[in-house]
Design a protein around this ligand. Structure first.
Ligand SMILES: Cc1ncc(COP(=O)(O)O)c(C=O)c1O
Length: 357
């Protein structure tokens, strides 16, 4: 009864590495494990949602006209270059359905976001994993690794490394003519988008989301930016009401409150550098990051990621154990940048752990 494509996915045992559940009831819990914004959405978004709730008996705009207009203005592209999705996760699924035939190879550098493998396998594709040497993006190696693959999926900045391929390296890959999907979920924290390359390269699709810098993870809104020919395909196969009424209203308002976005991004970028500096002073290896999280090696603490994460969880702080991320390993954790007081508490507890080892 089950299709071959889905059987392939089930047999691979690939799954989304869910954060471990800790049965901690404290309202004081500090969650630095999910890369959400500690500031949540703009207060104007909350007001817009309260107004919109009166209209939830009505279907949302299936064309998402207003939302696309705001996104186009924000991303600096034409409305025809935008497709909208129920989170960028849905656009990954739609893109693989639209552009991948069963058996096609899909370049996935590791470690990275698990959804790339899941949507590839779920649509009959064959992931071609490429372990980033020393966790660095070396375009010449990636060009070689692209080889016979039909397309590539690149996080920029990449989750969990926080770094990504250079713009020149990306252009080099794009010249291969293969479809390159660049996931810019965290681009607001990096300020180095490649959407400006869309008019030059028909084979580039950039995915973005409202889940991170805009603080709307619970509402599920994402979008793709690309050549209108490709975008039309994504728009044709998506369900007409995939982005619900509340989500559209929230995303439109979030885009209109740029000063809130700037404040959030400035605060997180500043704290990211502070946290990186302090963790480095403790002797930990911290990768430079353009995103709102840091990938940190905990070996110097003479422990491993699961043990450190358990210790912190017992003290009310959740960070991400990367031992179940393909290509990372048990020495690594990922820490989302929190509010200043949250980051300071984290540092205090890590110092206590270090002292006690
Ligand atoms: C690299 C990356 N892309 C996409 C997403 C998911 O985005 P969305 O919430 O829009 O589905 C995440 C979420 O953690 C992510 O880390």
């Amino acid at each position: 009864m089950i299709s071959k494509r889905v059987m392939g996915l089930l047999r691979s045992k690939a799954s989304y590495p869910l954060a471990r559940r800790y049965d901690i009831k404290s309202p004081e819990i500090i969650n630095l494990a999910s890369n959400e914004s500690p500031y949540g959405p703009s207060p104007r978004v909350i007001k817009a949602l309260k107004r919109e709730v009166e209209r939830i008996g009505l279907y949302p705009d299936p064309r998402a006209t207003e939302l696309k207009k705001e996104i186009a203005n924000y991303a600096g592209v034409k409305v025809g270059c935008i497709a909208v999705g129920n989170g960028s996760d849905e656009l990954m699924e739609l893109a693989s359905r639209a552009f991948l035939d069963p058996g096609d190879g899909w370049l996935i550098p590791l470690p990275t976001f698990a959804m790339y493998e899941l949507v590839c396998r779920g649509n009959g594709g064959k992931p071609k994993f490429f372990k980033l040497p020393n966790l660095e993006w070396r375009p010449e190696y990636l060009r070689r690794a692209l080889g016979e693959a039909r397309l590539a999926f690149l996080g920029r900045p990449n989750n969990p490394t926080g770094n990504g391929i250079s713009a020149d390296g990306l252009k080099d890959l794009l010249r291969s003519g293969k479809l390159i999907i660049v996931d810019e979920a965290y681009v607001e924290f990096a300020r180095n988008s490649v959407t400006k390359l869309v008019p030059r390269f028909e084979n580039l699709i950039v995915l973005r989301t409202f889940s991170k810098a805009f603080g709307l993870a619970g509402l599920r809104v994402g979008y793709a930016v690309g050549n209108p020919r490709l975008i039309k395909v994504l728009e044709s196969i998506r369900a007409p009401f995939n982005v619900n009424r509340m989500a559209q209203a929230a995303a439109i308002t979030a885009l209109r409150d740029r000063s809130y976005l700037c404040k959030v991004v400035d605060a997180i970028r500043k704290e990211r550098e502070y946290l990186r500096g302090e963790l480095s002073k403790l002797g930990l290896r911290v990768l430079p990051s353009d995103a709102n999280f840091l990938m940190v090696n905990v070996g110097i603490l003479r422990t491993n990621a699961p043990k450190l994460c358990d210790y912190l969880a017992r003290k009310g702080i959740l960070i991400r154990d990367l031992s179940n991320f393909k290509g990372a390993g048990s020495g690594w954790v990922r820490i989302s940048v929190g509010k200043p007081e949250q980051n300071r508490k984290l540092l205090k507890v890590i110092k206590r752990f270090k002292g006690g080892v």
